[in-house]
Design a binder for this molecule. Structure first.
Ligand code: MTE
Length: 315
């Protein structure tokens, strides 16, 4: 994020060719001289890809013109510096990563700390499919059908002590499996944080999937944070540790560039990032930029968390 230019990646032809101009699949394959068997095989493959793009879930805070961003974009245009600094790197470099077995530790200021195998960690929480808006600080956006559990569920089970005020999240540190950690581009392991009341908000998710499937590695398998009213980089990936604390946690981007990234990182069209205006955004797959909404369109649900705060200072 830090070292990438703000220019969006090249448009795919599928984003600029009106659907009405496509030949039907069968016509095209027949014109290409393929046999009936090959046509059936290729059609099945295309149908499978189309299935992968069926968004499942309950829309949360979507605007009337919000459409789910295609699976291909959601899973191929990512920041995950543990697997390289390019947007295309994670989908390639994380291919061989094995997100099982996986243990999540919860500790710090809780009455019930523990180390949980992933399935035990998820047990007892309702798994939901929710379609959220997603706004990156680099001024592009997507609409993503996540699958996951409410972070509040997990925290309540751990029974936070009255002194707990913040939640710190940490990504796996394993340079053998995450080659990007062999470079010093960020301070490893990647960490993130939320105030406890933010973390308890019903919109905050721990995602285990996208488009109704398990998370692909590049999207943060097997467990990542999703906080839809904050910029996308708060969504820490491949979480192994959740710690409750009375101190504001140190976060990866704040450590690396404190003038650019604060603790809160709430989507706010009135406070620009030094390098990217936050007033508008380019939805991946669209030409015209659209206005960015306060708290990414979730103001009714979350604005009260910040009542009385100067959001220019607390960026
Ligand atoms: N989590 C880890 N562990 N490492 C990272 O480099 N990048 C962040 C965030 N979570 C990152 C991370 C950034 S900069 C962004 S924009 C989002 O992941 C992008 O994730 P997504 O597009 O797959 O949702």
């Amino acid at each position: 994020m830090l070292i990438r230019p703000s220019v969006p990646r090249d448009l795919r032809s599928s984003e600029i060719t009106p659907e009405s101009l496509y030949l039907s699949r069968r016509e095209w394959l027949a014109a290409a001289g393929l046999t009936v068997g090959a046509i059936a095989g290729a059609s099945a493959l295309l149908a499978k890809r189309a299935d992968a793009q069926q968004a499942v879930g309950t829309p949360f805070g979507l605007q009337p013109d919000d459409k789910p961003t295609p699976w291909m974009d959601v899973t191929s245009y990512n920041n995950f510096y543990e697997f390289g600094t390019g947007k295309d790197d994670p989908a390639v470099e994380a291919k061989g990563f094995k997100p099982r077995p996986w243990t999540v530790k919860i500790d710090g200021l809780v009455k019930k700390p523990g180390d949980f195998a992933l399935d035990d960690f998820l047990k007892g929480s309702k798994v939901e499919d929710r379609i959220y808006r997603h706004r990156c600080v680099e001024a592009w956006s997507m609409v993503i059908p996540w699958r996951g559990i409410m972070l509040a569920d997990v925290l309540k089970r751990a029974e936070p002590a009255p002194s707990a005020k913040f939640v710190e999240f940490t990504t796996l540190y394993d340079p053998a499996r995450m080659p990007g950690q062999r470079s010093s581009v960020l301070r490893w392991p990647y960490t993130e944080g939320l105030r406890l009341d933010e973390a308890m908000h019903p919109l905050a998710l721990l995602a285990t999937g996208v488009y109704g499937r398990d998370l692909p590695n590049q999207n943060g398998a097997p467990l990542r944070l999703v906080v839809p009213w904050k910029y996308g980089f708060k969504g820490i990936k491949s979480i192994v540790h959740i710690r409750l604390t009375d101190r504001m946690p140190v976060t990866a981007w704040n450590t690396s560039a404190p003038d650019e990234y604060g603790f809160y990182c709430n989507v706010n069209p009135t406070v620009d990032h030094p390098r990217w205006s936050q007033a508008k955004e380019r939805r991946i797959g669209e030409f015209l930029r659209r206005p960015t909404l306060m708290f990414n369109g979730y103001a009714d649900q979350v604005a009260s968390l910040y009542a009385g705060m100067d959001l220019r200072k607390n960026y």
